[in-house]
Design a protein. Sequence first.
Lengths: 314, 311
Amino acid sequence: MTLQLNWSQAKTLFQRLGSVIGLLLLFIVLSVLSPDFLTTGNLLTVLRQVSINALIAFGMTFVILSGGIDLSVGAILAFTGAVTAGLMAAGHGMVLSVGAGLALGLVLGMVNGALVSWGKVAPFIATLGTLTLLRGLTLSYTQGSPIPVTNPGFAMLGGGYIANLIPLPVLWMAIAFILCGFLLRGTVFGRHVVAIGGNQEAARLSGVRLSPMKLAIYGLSGLLSAFAGVVLTSRLYSAQATAGAGYELDAIAAVVLGGTSLAGGRGWLFGTLIGALLIGFLNNGLNLLGVSSFYQQVVKGIVILIAVLLDRRQ
Amino acid sequence: MRKVTFLAAAAATLLAACSQQGPGESTPAAASTAGGAAASGTPVIGLALSTQNNPFFVELKDGAQKAAKDAGVQLVVVDAQDDPARQISSVEDLIQKRVSVILLNPTDSSALAGAVQSAQRANIPVITLDRGVDGAEVASHIASDNIAGGKMAADFLAKQLNGKGNIIELQGVAGTSAARERGKGFDDEIATTGMKVVAQQPANFDRAQGLSVSENLLQGNNDVQAIFAQNDEMALGAVQALAGKNKKILVVGFDGTPDGKTAVQSGAMAATVAQQPEEIGKLGVETAKKLIDKQPVEKSIAVPLKLLTKE
């Protein structure tokens, strides 16, 4: 058991280095090709662009590590963003509105968890169902129109800077990364997540309580999606009914690019951060180079496919 | 280790391949961008499109590209795929690229004010195309007179239906000024006639949604004589929804895209209020060039519309 673990750990290490070196190479290539790439302004801009996807992808990492998938993240983002903006438009304070939005995200995520654990619905189907349901609720709540936000304090959450330099969303991303990293590496909860993903039956027999765990895992994903929704709403000065469409796929791509196995049980949070950065720098670099957006999608697709194919080879 | 080399090599090759893909794609900007736009001295204009999944904006882009070629400026085109967050990112990328002027075709009137302000902080003037931006001053706004266009469509239907009948209205992306103004021009004019808008719903300027929304609305409203769609894509969706139904329902679109014009000629659509997207793109680049040459520009430029019917 120990020997096997060490061997697989060694293999994982190589795999992990892959995404980091991939990012470094992308960095070098872009720096050479575009004179505007390697500037403080540009790098900070990309970090801010990446933060929304990274927040969602951190939660997604836990879900995928446990052998599940969460397709509802973009819909949770849109719905909680709309409710947060709606509460503020109705005259409630920023703290209450944001708090309610985050709590709603947590609850919606736990509903996913309940469907998966007690309902015994496959995660793909359960979260596809909540995705559709929440999209509908968002459209009916907003009536399809954006809900504008005027609260200046709230606009800081996504649009503000620390010391006139570091965008606040980057700080949120860093804090979320540290907290989630601790949760995954330093707590029993994290070890149980990995155990469930590795072998659910074995985990259950060794005393892991599956249902509460799944409630917590999907709840965490919902909470982080809601937080991303709050930050996005703040950046856009408004909650958009169709916000976050397709964000679940970007988040899954970040997790997979980072070397986390879609089969569960194997992966790391740092890789997800690298994966999100890879996608962000790729988008930014292709824009700076003036590559047509059609080809941008082709490039992104090919990079993801290569990463997944190599993952399967190992 | 194999993975490392593979991924790296692949990423590098793809990037190299793509930066060279530009000239073949007749994107004059991409050709010289790789060589360092800022250094070469040719002014660079950025064009941030809402989407290229709609022929209207593709024509707008074509017009801008032709004008850029004539004016001897570079044009860098970015596309938001209708996602305001993505558009903010691509406008930021244009700012980082230090373009001289940004032509912005917003995905949404309410969400882009922050991006416009960031550009202005970087001393890059912004010109909005087709849709405006709420809560931010721009150097110039170039668009069709959408209110007049909505009125044109209503007048046409009043004439065809002798001033009475029930109408379904397919609305564009809620919150965009185009949807708001076309709707206002149309609704206000209809109110002065004996006609009535019995149902209106957003189909987001999208053909597939135009189809499904029309199907649903037709299901619920039996007595309908006309459908007004705030763009041709939705009108064409409505035409598909009507296919096979033995009812004479007039469909009027807006934009005058190639598909829309063909449908008008074949009789599938009764009329379309034709915009001149190429003209919008062209005027955008020409106005940007004026700004670069430090010449005065008009705050608001209206591009004329034309009602197209079967000859």
